[in-house]
Ligand binder design. Structure first.
Ligand code: ADP
Ligand code: MG
Length: 345
């Protein structure tokens, strides 16, 4: 499409094609399965026989998903990381991605920094950039990612069985704590520099659980990545799996040392309803516990057993229990929706 970015040289002496060549064309065709990368009307991918393509898109809008003044390198990392997290959540192996970029201005320093963060993530997860679109407009990035998974093996949200264990990777609520720190929210206990950095990193540099997602093929019955808050996301699994409810033990929630120093209300809000965790939440029968322990050890990812799904007794919905087994009030169904862009804020 004819772009609003100057086709010739713009204010910074750089047109659209020069911009793409300088910052985004990194020999993607050297990757296995990439028949043709950047430069033609389409990229060409060669799917492997016996595999399905897993495709996901995530859009990041300035002022809505990130602060407009966020460091461009962390933005580049996160834009790709959140897409890789969606592949991880299906047990899919990353193959390639495309980038649609809308920029107010082609500023070389910004593009240099952004592409450094983006390609750091791309190289680490061996996921080449094979195409995209570049246009002038409000800062907005959209990545579409392509992965592959053996036919019939993808881990969907719909496979949870009544009585399955409920597991989560890593730590919950850390990115939400980072967001509160970034915004300078009141009501937080002071944190030392290390704990502050840990929380901000969780927010800005999420680590997609790709290896873990692959290892959970054939083990997890249902899985998703926690992007909008555990309770809201778990509701999706329950609905897709046609299960009436779930029980979560608050004491089993994996929290960082920093979050543990916070008032209980902050702790629970962040862990249960905070967004941007990009941890994997999955269900599995109790018979898989030993194997899941092995997977945690081999992948170097802590995995926590936090509850059970599919309980027919008691009220429908998710119950959060304290150490004494009492239901914590305030977390009933409907009270803790995941983040909804078109819901009532
Ligand atoms: P078209 O006009 O056919 O849409 P473009 O002129 O927009 O093609 O893009 C030229 C080539 O550069 C295409 O291969 C496209 O995929 C690639 N491309 C454009 N923008 C980006 C970007 N931000 N990152 C990676 N590749 C890009
Ligand atoms: Mg185009």
């Amino acid at each position: 499409m004819q772009s609003m970015l100057a086709r010739g040289a713009g204010a910074h002496g750089m047109g659209e094609f020069e911009l793409i060549r300088r910052y985004f064309d990194r020999h993607s065709a050297a990757h296995e399965g990439v028949v043709l990368g950047i430069g033609d009307d389409c990229a060409l991918l060669a799917p492997r026989a016996g595999y399905e393509l897993a495709i996901s898109t995530d859009m990041l809008v300035a002022g809505r998903h990130f602060f407009a003044d966020v460091d461009a390198a962390t933005l580049g990392w996160k834009a790709l990381a959140v897409n890789l997290s969606d592949l991880a959540a299906m047990g899919a192996l990353p193959r390639a991605f495309t980038l649609a970029l809308s920029l107010p201005e082609a500023v070389p320093e910004w593009l240099e920094t952004f592409s450094r963060g983006l390609f750091e993530c791309a190289f680490q997860f061996e996921c080449p950039l094979i195409g995209g679109d570049t246009t002038r407009g409000p800062l907005n990035l959209c990545i579409t990612i392509f992965g592959e998974v053996p036919s019939g093996v993808a881990i969907r949200r719909s496979g949870a069985q009544a009585g399955d264990d409920l597991w989560v990777s890593g730590q919950l609520g850390e990115a939400a704590l980072g967001l509160r720190l970034r915004r300078g929210d009141a009501g937080l206990e002071p944190l030392d520099a290390l704990a502050t950095r840990h929380a901000i990193n969780a927010l800005e540099l999420p680590m997609p659980r790709v290896a873990l997602g692959l290892a959970l093929r054939g083990v997890a019955t249902a899985m998703l990545d926690v992007s909008d808050g555990l309770l809201g996301d778990l509701e999706h699994v329950l609905a897709a799996s046609a299960l009436p409810g779930a029980r979560i033990h608050a004491a089993a929630l994996p929290l960082s040392a920093g979050l543990l120093t916070q008032p209980e209300a902050v702790r629970l809000q962040c862990a249960l309803a905070g967004g941007d965790d990009y941890e994997l939440c999955f269900t599995a029968p109790a018979s898989q516990r030993a194997r899941i322990g092995d997977i945690a050890a081999r992948s170097g990812t802590p995995l926590s057993l936090i509850g059970t799904v599919g309980l027919a007794s008691g009220p429908a919905g998710i119950q959060v229990l304290d150490t004494g087994g009492q239901v914590l009030p305030g977390f009933e169904r409907g009270q803790f929706k995941g983040y909804d862009h078109f819901g009532n804020a």
